[in-house]
Design a protein around this ligand. Sequence first.
Ligand SMILES: [Zn+2]
Length: 243
Amino acid sequence: MYKKFLTPALVLVALLTLLAVLGIRAMEISPTFSLAQETETEGEEKDEKMGEEKRVYLTFDDGPSTVVTGKILDVLKKEDVKATFFIVSDRVYNREATLRRIAAEGHTLGVHSATHEYNQIYASDESLLKDVATCENVIARVTGIKPKVYRFPGGGKLKERARQTKLLEELGYRVVGWNAVCGDEEIKNASSERLVKETVKTSEGKSTVILLLHDSATHRATAEALPEIISYYRERGYRFCQY
Ligand SMILES: [Zn+2]
C-alpha cells in the first residue's frame, strides 16, 4: 500500500520541482531581455528628442606654410576629413600652390589677416576692414574663391568685437571663434602627446567642438598630433564639419 502511493507522490514532487525551476528561469530571462530593449529605445528617443549630433570643426590658423600645411593636408586626405583654414595672406607669396591645394582638396578657405600685426589691424575699423579686404583679394586672386568666413587674429579686441563682428557680417562674412584648443600656441614647445591631451581636456563634454589649431611653420607637432586628434573624435561619434 505504502509503496503504491510513493511512486505517484515522487512523480508529482519531481514535476512540481521541474515547473518551479522552469518558472524561475523564465522570470530570470524575460526581465533581462525587456530591460535591455527598453534601455536601447530610451537612448534612441533621447538622442532624437534633443536632436543632438556631435560635431567637430577642425580649424587651422596662420598658414599657409611650406612644410606644416602640406603635412596637415596629407593627414586630412588619408583620414578623409575636411577642415577650415584661416589664411594670413602675407604668407601666401611663393606658397600659392599650397593655397590652391587646400581649396582643391575640398577644404574651406577663410580670412584671418593680411599681416597678423595686431597694432596695425586693430588701429581702427577702417584698418581692420582694409586688412580683411587685402587678405580676401589674395585668396580670390590665387584660388578664384571668395572667402565667406572670418576669424579675428588673437580673438579680437574685447570691447570692439561685437561692433566689428556686425561690420564684417554686413560684408557677408560669418565670424568664427573657437571653444577648444590643442594648445599649440598656448603651451610653449608642446610635444604632440601634450597637444592631444590638451585637445581632449578642452573638448570634453562639448557636443559641438570648434578646435583651434595652427599650421604655420613652427607647428610641426600639430601635424604629428593630428592623426590621434582625429581618432579621438571619431571614436566618440563626432561628425567632422567645415564652414
Ligand atoms: Zn592667428
